[in-house]
Design a protein around this ligand. Sequence first.
Ligand code: ATP
Length: 362
Amino acid sequence: MATVRLQGLAKRFGVVDAVKGVDLEIADHEFVVLVGPSGCGKSTILRMIAGLEDPSAGEIHIGADCVTHVPPKDRNIAMVFQNYALYPHMTVYRNMAFSLRARRMRRSEIDQRVRQAAAILELEELLDRRPAELSGGQRQRVAMGRAIVREPTVFLFDEPLSNLDAKLRHQMRAEIKKLHHRLRTTVIYVTHDQVEAMTLADRIVILKDGRIEQIGTPVDVYAQPANRFVAGFIGSPAMNFLAGRFRVDGDRVAVALESGPTWPLVQVPRGLVDGQAVTIGMRPCDLRPASDATPARQVLLGQVVVVEPLGDASLITVDIGGIGAVATIDGVVRLDPGMALNLAPRLSQIHLFDPTTGDRLT
Ligand code: ATP
């Protein structure tokens, strides 16, 4: 059983509170991604799980064992880092066999494990090469092979793909996902890249300033962000935020901007009163060009600032009353800076947040 349980886990470096009491339960076989901006404490959490950093408070449990003060080598975990740190003078085979040799494992068993890992990672043809004779993606696979041969109960990945170019990153992401399906080992994976987090995770843990902001499946955190921070962090391009007010008129409930546009609410939050300030969140993909069928009150009058063609869609930055908003429009658009572009949100996809606390209003 390779469940991982963190209980009140904290780390202080001098005056810096890097991790401020994290509680997290990771199920056996689960792929959990820790994501957040630089300095939020994700690597420190991973390093504490690995035993490379001593917690200032709290406990770490792997399976039935409390491992908080157990040395790294006795935790049955394997870690893959951003800089693969392969031994340059050793062949791929010897790099992969190194930790098993250090454990004085039998030669035949080492050979079997290395060849099995090489088969899984399609490295069989490369076993006699040295790291300098490999591409970045191949080196990353050797680093993973080195972790696999140890047959750990938990894999820890610390930004393993950030040194690779975009295409290779995409390819390796798919490889890691396949690997997880095949090995069914518990994985804890750290990244600052929300696309990596969304595509790999069973559950995502979003961190900020040493604290967990939300834990959920990729779909949950995208569709129901717990607060404005998560809403702005997950999803690319980022969600647009506009200051508005809640309007109640008899049975009708809406949100409105000072400048006039008003949108009836499909999901009505509880406990709000007429006139109360709200932050309105709209994802770029939920902002559409207004059509003749759009009621005039729902139209956001805008002026194009920047057009960024992506091929299958275009990102349009629009000035709406002095505020920049981004809309994703399908296909190739014929728009130039300065042109008028009127937009309307998909009413079912409007998010509301408390302007003071940032919490989602549901
Ligand atoms: P990044 O994505 O930039 O790697 P991160 O979320 O992984 O960031 P950590 O490396 O965990 O962040 O660092 C969390 C905080 O702790 C940061 O403010 C960092 O400066 C601080 N920190 C990390 N290691 C040490 C250390 N050994 N000594 C002092 N401060 C540290």
